[in-house]
Every structure is written in structure tokens, then in C-alpha cells.
Design a protein around this ligand. Structure first.
Ligand code: NAP
Length: 252
């Protein structure tokens, strides 16, 4: 069963060469969207596009560093050239660094802010003229439960994800008149290369599992399904919302 029809829609997904971003790219392609697979490593993006083509979809691989405004502008231009429009933006690219704040090198602080927050702001900024022009758009920010509660040793990561949650609310307010929905997804712990270190340590994994009533860590597809819903017409009256996808973690 393939819920949510995105036939004819065009989606840009940042950080899509692997992990959650790749699962989102494949999920939206399966729903019929044309997908721009954007990430730091273009060759990996091309491999994802090949997988999309393998399931009968259409994609475009782009090298996109979300900290580089010129590359963002270029990605918007290339997407319009190839597919004619942009309906969906999934701000997924993110980095996670755990360290005590006073021991953290300032360059690392700047990097987390640049990717997780400034990158989302600039991708959104440069896609908006296109969406406003079409009076249609779906923007989905990949936040985190760490944007809603504290997560050990990750103050700056938590700050960026919390900022996304509240920027999602404000942009929903600002953009409703253009029929642009802005929502966020807040994943719990999902098994991806990002969490390899955390989940590779048996003690840490057991402690994390202890927080998850569902009794398992999440899969990238759990997040991709939520994104497909928020990208679809079925969620048309939902905006400014953060959808928590965490196996029940935040209920405890
Ligand atoms: P991941 O496996 O590390 O994938 C993230 C992707 O983003 C990587 O391909 C990475 O490239 C790319 N990226 C990093 N910096 C970038 C930049 N400047 N411009 C463009 N792309 C960049 O992580 P993930 O687990 O799939 O996470 C995806 C999103 O979900 C992130 O925003 C993360 O914060 C969020 N999230 C994840 C979890 C989890 O448990 N996994 C939980 C909550 C929220 P490189 O590998 O080359 O750096």
C-alpha cells in the first residue's frame, strides 16, 4: 500500500545521501514526487537517484552544502530548470556533536549553528519566492526530540533544534496567506550513521531503549512516513505543528 499521493510534485531534500534524508527521498519518490537529492557528496546523491529510478521515479542529484548560500541559490535554479517548480522543501541536513559546552571549540559551535539553523533558514529563504509565486508549498523541518527536551551533552544541537520548532510556528503564521504549510518532525533515536556511535555502545543503547516505551529505536522509514504525510494534501489543514516520532519517549 502506498499512502499519500504526491504525483506531479517536486521536492528538494537536503542531507539526502544517507540516513533519514535518503529514506525521505525514496518515500516521496514512491508517492510519485520528483525528488532533488541534495547533499555534500554528489556521487552518493547520484546513487540515491539511481535507486529512485529503479522504482520508476525521477530524481536529480545535486551537490549542496547548506552553509553555502551560492550553492543554495544554484540548487533552486537547477531544480526549476529541470522540473519547472518547487512544491516541497525538506530541511533535513544536520550534524550532531556531543561535548560539554565549556570544552567545545568555538569552531564546532559555529558549525552546528551554520548547518542546523542558518542552513535551514537560507534554504527556506531561497525557496520561498518560488512557493509564494505558486501560492502553494510544504516546508518540513527535521527537528528532534532534543528541540523539545534536553539531551545529554548537546546544548548547541538542542538550541538549534528548539529554534527550528519555534521558527516552524512563526513561519506557519507568516506564510498561511500564501497557502504554504510549515511543519516539523521531531525524531527520537533513529538508527542512522549519525547515531552509530551512540547505539554502538551497549550501555548507552540500553539507557536509550529504557526511555522508549515502544521498545525499539526508530528506523529512517518511520520518519519518512511522517514526512510523506506532512507533504501530502491529507495534512492540508496542519501548519506550525511539530510531529513527534519517537516510539513514545516524550510521553514518560
Ligand atoms: P546522517 O546519517 O548523519 O545524515 C545527515 C546527512 O546530512 C549526511 O549525509 C551529511 O553529510 C549531511 N550534511 C551534513 N552537513 C551538511 C551540509 N552542510 N550541507 C548538506 N548536507 C549536510 O544523519 P541522520 O540521522 O539521517 O539525520 C538527519 C536529520 O535528522 C538531521 O537533521 C538530524 O539532526 C535529525 N535527527 C536525527 C536523529 C537520529 O536519531 N538519527 C534524531 C533526531 C533528529 P556528511 O555525512 O558528509 O556530513
Amino acid at each position: 500500500m502506498n499512502k499519500y499521493d504526491l504525483a506531479g510534485e517536486v521536492a528538494i531534500i537536503t542531507g539526502a545521501r544517507r540516513g533519514i534524508g535518503k529514506a525521505i527521498a525514496l518515500r516521496l519518490a514512491r508517492a510519485g514526487a520528483k525528488v532533488v537529492v541534495a547533499d555534500l557528496d554528489k556521487e552518493d546523491c547520484e546513487k540515491v537517484v539511481k535507486e529512485i529510478e529503479g522504482i520508476g521515479g525521477e530524481g536529480l542529484a545535486l551537490k549542496l552544502d547548506v552553509t553555502n548560500e551560492e550553492e543554495i541559490i544554484d540548487a533552486v535554479r537547477k531544480t526549476k530548470e529541470k522540473f519547472g517548480k518547487i512544491d516541497i522543501l525538506v530541511n533535513n541536513a544536520g550534524i550532531f556533536i556531543q561535548e560539554e559546552l565549556d570544552k567545545m571549540d568555538t569552531s564546532k559551535i559555529d558549525k552546528i549553528l551554520a548547518v542546523n539553523l542558518r542552513g535551514v533558514i537560507l534554504c527556506t529563504k531561497h525557496v520561498l519566492p518560488e512557493m509564494k509565486g505558486n501560492s502553494y508549498g510544504k516546508i518540513i523541518n527535521i527537528a528532534s526530540v532534543a528541540g523539545l527536551v534536553g539531551f545529554e551533552l548537546s546544548s548547541i544541537y538542542c538550541a538549534t533544534k528548539g529554534a527550528l520548532v519555534n521558527m516552524t510556528r512563526e513561519l506557519a503564521l507568516e506564510l498561511s496567506k500564501y497557502k504554504i504549510n510549515v511543519n516539523a518532525v521531531a525524531p527520537g533515536v533513529i538508527e542512522t550513521p549519525m547515531t552509530k556511535g551512540l547505539l554502538g555502545d551497549e550501555k548507552t543503547k540500553a539507557a536509550l531503549l529504557g526511555k522508549i516505551p515502544y521498545g525499539r529505536v526508530g528506523k529512517p522509514e518511520d520518519i519518512a512516513n511522517a514526512v510523506a504525510f506532512l507533504a501530502s494534501d491529507e495534512s492540508g489543514y496542519i501548519t506550525g505543528h511539530t510531529l513527534v516520532v519517537d516510539g513514545g519517549w516524550l510521553t514518560t
